[in-house]
Design a protein. Structure first.
Lengths: 61, 149
């Protein structure tokens, strides 16, 4: 089994991508709505990722 | 006025038509069981191959990433409340991945828990894969019971 070494950002990005796909599939009823919701979820994940990262960076001093 | 148009075409469904339109419990149970055992397969059984393939691919990618990051699989442990919740909940999350979990254990890919942020992410990815599969199982149940298309 190959080993992967991902940074915090890469791991979070992959998590956001895969989770957004599943959330889009199971939540909405039409393909268009599913795609839009998956993109929306991914954008929210990214927003939280960058927001929390800056919060930790600024809070750390 | 028994010869009115409404009397000839009753709008209420006949009792014999209702049970035929309701899904049987065995059909949704088979879909859920298959969706748990092989991620996405429940959707294939219900003739939604596109969504099944995407769910199966997502769960498998998440699980394999977790394994390749050398994430650890949980085994149920008891002790204080937090230990019990974390280890039993983590074990359930791992178990929800179905065949992926069993193959990992049977083929000896389960790894010991070691310190490090990559391993920690891997452990979370393994649990998250099971939880995503749980969402797929719920979706398969809703399709099988005709609550959604």
């Amino acid at each position: 089994m190959p080993k992967v070494n991902l940074s915090h950002f890469e791991a979070s990005l992959l998590f956001a991508l895969v989770t957004s796909v599943v959330l889009g599939i199971v939540t909405k009823r039409t393909d268009r709505e599913r795609f839009r919701y998956a993109v929306y979820c991914f954008a929210c994940f990214l927003g939280a990722l960058f927001g929390l990262s800056w919060l930790m960076y600024l809070g750390h001093g | 006025m028994s010869d009115s148009p409404g009397a000839a075409f009753p709008v209420t469904p006949t009792p014999s038509a209702t049970p035929a339109s309701e899904p049987s419990s065995s059909s949704w149970f088979a879909a859920i069981l298959l969706a748990w055992l092989i991620p996405g397969a429940g959707h294939f059984l219900l003739k939604r191959p596109g969504r099944g393939a995407l769910i199966g691919l997502s769960v498998t990618v998440m699980y394999l990433l977790g394994l390749m990051m050398r994430g650890a699989l949980f085994s149920p442990q008891s002790g204080d409340l937090l230990t019990t919740v974390i280890y039993c909940g983590g074990f359930l999350g791992n178990l929800l991945s179905g065949i992926l979990y069993f193959l990992t254990v049977w083929l000896g890919y389960a790894q010991a828990d070691v310190a490090g942020h990559v391993h920690d992410y891997g452990t979370k990815f393994l649990v998250a894969a099971g939880l995503l599969n749980l969402l797929g199982m719920v979706d398969a149940f809703e399709i099988a019971t005709r609550r959604k298309d």
